[in-house]
Design a protein around this ligand. Sequence first.
Ligand code: ATP
Ligand code: MG
Length: 231
Amino acid sequence: KLLPKGGGIEFNNVNFNYTPEKTILKNVSFSVPPGKTVALVGPSGSGKSTIIKLLFRFYDVDSGSIVIDGYNIKNQVTQESLRAIIGVVPQDTVLFNQTIKYNIQYGRITAEDAEIIEAAKGADIHDRIVTFPQAYDTVVGERGLRLSGGEKQRVAIARTLLKAPTVILLDEATSALDTHTERNIQESLNKMCVNRTSVVVAHRLSTIIGADEILVLKDGEIVERGRHADL
Ligand code: ATP
Ligand code: MG
């Protein structure tokens, strides 16, 4: 069983491919001390999202290991206990065809209304939600309300704030945002990551500057690492 101690992460010589023809990650090693933030940067296709997916155990590594709090996530913890301590904000958030309330509450199904509203405020999406006639009971998705990419991501941030996980995996959206929205999202993200072990695929300079370490990926390898001032 995985105990939510500090959430320290270690990647040890990880190799991974989706198909036998092409190796995606080559000998990737890094560590994230509890409470610290590592930013992943690099060209499209370099393997950034793949690292996030491996941490959430959508796939298993081919060789090497991923260790959280001293446990190898492949064989020393259940997937359920792993996912219980991790909050993910994916690159393109897909919401459930359900109410906004359900979509936020999915982070912690027992949460009270007041906590859901507090999380939505923290993600800077509450003011938008209350403009809808049905507010939190508005159904999103194909038959319901259409939210923009940034709004969907803020719902995912609210869900993660509510869950208050030990580890945060964030795959920043690449979509262009206006300056106001960008600044609001950045504040929500900072709030979400503070004192949590975070692995962030970073596209925004402000995220990169705030990280404790930056890893530069190229063709599945870490080619450079350091703080923003050093790179
Ligand atoms: P971007 O900045 O565009 O999001 P990325 O660095 O996140 O890129 P990944 O999504 O990790 O890149 O993809 C790395 C490589 O793995 C790419 O060559 C991609 O085509 C390949 N890949 C990703 N997902 C799969 C999959 N499910 N099956 C096969 N190949 C995949
Ligand atoms: Mg990606």
